[in-house]
Every structure is written in C-alpha cells, then in structure tokens.
Ligand binder design. Structure first.
Ligand SMILES: [Zn+2]
Length: 164
C-alpha cells in the first residue's frame, strides 16, 4: 500500500487499542483496526482501516442507546448522525426546534427524558420491532456519566463490546 499524499510505502503499525476519536465520542477504543503510517517521515500521513465499519457503528449506537445513564451531548450527536439525520431534520422529526437540538448537543440544555427515550427506540428498533417496555422504563433514569472506556473488538462474527 502506498501513501495517497506522497506515494511512499505505508508501514503497518501494530495497534492493540485504537482511540477512535473520529467517532466524536471521547472514550471509544477499538481492538482490531489496521493503522498504516507513511514511511516518509516528512509526510507522516496515517491511514486507518476499520473492518465492518457499519456494523461497528451499530454496536456503538446500541450500547449507548441501551444504557440507563442519561445521554451525554456527544452521545446524542453520535446517535442522531448514526440515524443519518441533519440537526434540522431530527428536530422536525421529534417535534422540537433546530436550536433545541443544537443546545442538547452542546450540553447547554438537557434533553427531556421522553425525547431521549424516543431517540433510543429509533436506534433499537432498527434491528426489529422494539417491545422491551421494561427496559424502556429504565432508560435515562440515571445521571450522565462519561464512561471510563467503551472498548470494541473485532471477531470473525463481527464487532463485540468488551467488558470494561
Ligand atoms: Zn506520505
């Protein structure tokens, strides 16, 4: 593989735990990605290969949507973009103003519990009808908490969240 910037050879870096900041989430780590670095030191470009990216995002979204803790602003944004909505479209969909969505994602205003539960059901119903009403009652019942880490590992069957 050659560097797309300078054409030099790319060297594979061993990387056991990759901090996936491009997700917009501050504590997500990946196990099983391939990181390449350009051998031209003046260039230093990096290339990242994440296998089964779509499935990974589904696993991350499911983990976030299933937690009891209220969503963090960065988690609201991740779930909204995972669903493929712009801030404006999402606002229209759930019946609030675009400014409200923007405030939720900046953390200046707290998302109402009912809106949070709706967002989570939108995520969790992608795999099939969501009927776990007992679980629904638990959503967003505990205060916001930045997780120590969320670690995901790729297996032949797909991405699996590792116990923290
Ligand atoms: Zn390069």
């Amino acid at each position: 593989m050659n560097c797309v910037i300078c054409g030099s050879r790319m060297k594979k870096e061993s990387q056991n735990r990759y901090h996936y900041t491009a997700s917009g989430l501050s504590r997500v780590y990946l196990n099983g990605v391939e990181l390449y670095e350009c051998t031209n030191e003046e260039c230093g470009d990096e290339g990242l290969i994440i296998p089964m990216l779509e499935e990974l995002h589904e696993q991350i979204a499911t983990a976030i949507a299933s937690q009891k803790n209220k969503l963090l602003p960065e988690e609201i944004r991740f779930l909204r973009t995972y669903l493929g909505f712009s801030g404006g479209d999402f606002a229209e969909l759930i019946g609030v103003s675009p400014e409200t969505v923007s405030r939720w994602e900046k953390g200046t205003v707290n998302m109402k519990e009912s809106a949070e539960r709706l967002l989570r059901v939108l995520i969790l119903s992608r795999k099939g009808p969501f009927r776990d009403y007992e679980e629904l009652k638990e959503f967003a019942t505990q205060k916001r908490k930045l997780p120590k880490k969320r670690e995901f590992k790729v297996h032949s069957s797909g991405w699996i969240e590792e116990a923290a």
